[in-house]
Every structure is written in structure tokens, then in C-alpha cells.
Design a protein around this ligand. Sequence first.
Ligand SMILES: *Cc1c(COP(=O)(O)O)cnc(C)c1O
Length: 360
Amino acid sequence: MKRIYNFSAGPAMLPEEVLREAAEEMLDYQGCGMSVMEMSHRSEMFENILSEAEQDLRSLMSIPDNYKVLFLQGGAHLQFAMLPINLMKNGAADYIITGHWAKRAYTEAKKFLKANAIASSEDKTFSYIPDCSDLPISDDADYVYICENNTIYGTKFHTLPNTKGKTLVADVSSCFLSEPMDVTRYGVIYGGAQKNIGPAGVVVAIIREDLIPDELPDQVPTMLRFKTHVDGGSMYNTPPCYGIYICGKVFKWIKKQGGLEGMKAINEKKAAVLYNYLDSSKLFHGTVEKSSRSLMNVPFVTGDKDLDAKFIKEASAAGFENLKGHRSVGGMRASIYNAMPIEGVQALVNFMKKFEAENS
Ligand SMILES: *Cc1c(COP(=O)(O)O)cnc(C)c1O
């Protein structure tokens, strides 16, 4: 069996321990004689899987009781629409545009309400997080929206915006459970599982109760109402059962790493290995302003397109896969989510050093 170092931005690596456990349970989950994939979602066994996953997530993130935890489908993209549909009261919202995904969310929201782009870092190819300490927050904004970690550009909000009392909504797809966060500062936190917490097909949404409307216009589809999923306990219809089961295993794995504090310490150490090298290298350099750097996604370039291509090709041959940067940035990107072991980052840096020596 061969396992590569997979630097994919998503779907991404999962902890090997989780995959092994799932493999062991594939044909016979805990002596029930079937796979979780074959199990009724209304069975007691699956209900336990779901409620344990929720409890573990609640304890990891210290989610207060007045927040609902939902396991949904449709990717982060469906939330781009569900958020304005459900949170709209005055019919306005403020968006901070820090990259491709924030822009997608903003564009989708415009279908439903008056979305205002109140800040942007597009002037410098989204290579920094704008100063959000005193933005022109709209008086009638129902919420302020951020993409907390920008997967493509490798930036992260290290300070949350001053929303001047308005509800903060955050897409945390690519930084979910990578470090502690104060849930009480947000109205909604949501993210797709496939970056940091499980397989594609699951979206976790953490929503403050008072933001969930009882009534919405008749034509709003049942499946697009948060209340449907709250009332149904994430099981109004068949949930993504197997994905939730894997997420649950990842939550337990994170607990074993020392919870989110432990995860943060590991992630900081890991990212430092790569950033320290990038800062000292004469060939490679990072593309992001230092104060905005993400712990999860690290874009870098040589400054020469042909050399970038050569690096990606040779890296792949050496077992370092999916290092090609997003087409909008070019160059390289190493996604070093929770499941990437520090050995993987060290091995990558050693490989980069060798490449630098051979090509300068
Ligand atoms: C990957 C990603 C998305 C898109 O997720 P889908 O599940 O494909 O809809 C949205 N936001 C962020 C921050 C992402 O990293």
C-alpha cells in the first residue's frame, strides 16, 4: 500500500487513523452485521452516531446551548443562498470581499437582498485581509459576512471585523476546527466538511437560535429553511449518513490531539516549518502579506512560470501531490490541514531545499 503526501485544498487528507477505523468497520459496524452506509437513518444505531457527532463538536468548540448544530447538504454553495433567505429581515447585508468564495457568496446574496460590498482586497489579488476595525457598516444590515480563511489566496482573519453590533456570519470551510474560536461572537458559523473535518457532502452549520425564522414566504422551498432542519434534528430527510459518521470520527481524533488548543499548537508548528523556509529562500516566496497568513493554505511562487511547472512536476514524481496553485493565483499552494502530519511538511521543505539548490 502506498500513501502520498496530499496537499490538496479539498477534498483533502483525512487522518490515517480515521480511515483505518472506517475500513475496519466497513462490513460490520460494531457487530450489527452491516456497514453504516447500509443502515437506516432512523435506526437507533445511526441516531447515536449523529447525536455523538453533535455532542463531540459541541464540546470541542464549547458551543453554547442557544446555538443549533445542523448537518446539511448542498455544499458551502447552498449556504450562499440559504443565509440571505433565512437571515433577511430588513433586506440588506454587508459583505467583506476577501477572495473567490466571499465574492461567490456576495453575488448569490444579491439575488435575494441588497448586498453591499463594504471592503475588498481585490486591488492586490486578495493577498491581505483589509483593516476591518471601522468599516461603513450599513444601519439596516441584517448581518455582516466574512470568509474567515481564504482557501485559494491563503489569508485568514486573525482579528474579527468590528460589526458595530450587527450579526457576524462566517464561512469557515477551510479553517474549521483548526484552532479555538469564540462561538458567541458569531450569529452563524458554517463550512463544508471536505477541507478539514470529513468527506465531501456534509456541511456543518452552527446557528444562534434567535436568528432562525419561524415564518418565511410561502414560496421558499422546505429544504432551504433552517427551521426544517432544526425541527427535523438534521433528519428531515435522509442525511449524508456516511459523511456524518466520518466527521464524528474526526471530531474524536481532534479530541485526542488535545482539542482545538492542541490542534492550534500543532498547526502553528507545522505552518512555521514552511513559512520560515519561504522567508529564508532565495527561490521560493510566499504571496501573502505576513500579518494575514493562513495556517491552512500556503501559496508560494518562484516568480518564473516554467520553473513553477517544473517544481510541481518533480514534486509529484517524489510523492508530493496536488501542489498546483489555483488557476487565479498560479504558482503553488500547499494545503496543510489538520490531518497533514508535520513530517509531511518537513519532507516538503527538504524537497524544496533540494530543488532550490539544483535550480539556482
Ligand atoms: C471550498 C470552499 C467553498 C466551496 O465549497 P463547496 O462545498 O464546493 O460548495 C466555499 N468556501 C470556502 C472557504 C471553501 O474553501
